[in-house]
Design a protein around this ligand. Sequence first.
Ligand code: ADP
Length: 186
Amino acid sequence: MRIVLLGPPGAGKGTQAVLLAEKRGIPHISTGQMMRDAVSSGSDLGKKVKKFLDAGELVPDNLVIELIKERLSRADCRTGFLLDGFPRTLEQAKSLTVLLKSLNKELTHVIEITVPESVILERIKRRGETGSGRSDDNTEVASKRLQVYWAQTAPVSKYYQELGSLVEVNGLGTIEEVQSRIQGKI
Ligand code: ADP
């Protein structure tokens, strides 16, 4: 099973991804987490990445694509994977298609968690106030991330829609409700 989970920041994508990957016994690959790990390791890559993260901007495509290529080549991805936070630009989506094709593989599911924008704004505001511990979780950076989402990531949904592989799932309700809707599409 090779799954891409899409959805705006605040849609609950990360939470659903963890549950789904566990249930299916496939690795959960979160590029956001990979970036945060790079930053906290203090590596050269981390230093490069930090300024984008803190500004709520996307890390350059070539960097992320290289990281994903390496990650997907590891043994644990042989039986499948769940991508969370990637692809986030049209360029990344096309690179993923090419990469999988070169491995004679395809995505099996592309699932988008949809939530009305008003709800997203409310959730992000709350997350900023309570403090998730993430340096990019204040309201200002979060709304920048949302802006980046509409400009750069929404076209990714359209790309998969045109390929006929996009499935939408309503992201309103409890964690369990949303999870069982996702399970129902797989
Ligand atoms: P969110 O909570 O907004 O979904 P993530 O945890 O997925 O955030 O990502 C946090 C940050 O990591 C993003 O704002 C961006 O700077 C960087 N990032 C994560 N995935 C990608 C990607 N595929 N391409 C570029 N930047 C990324």
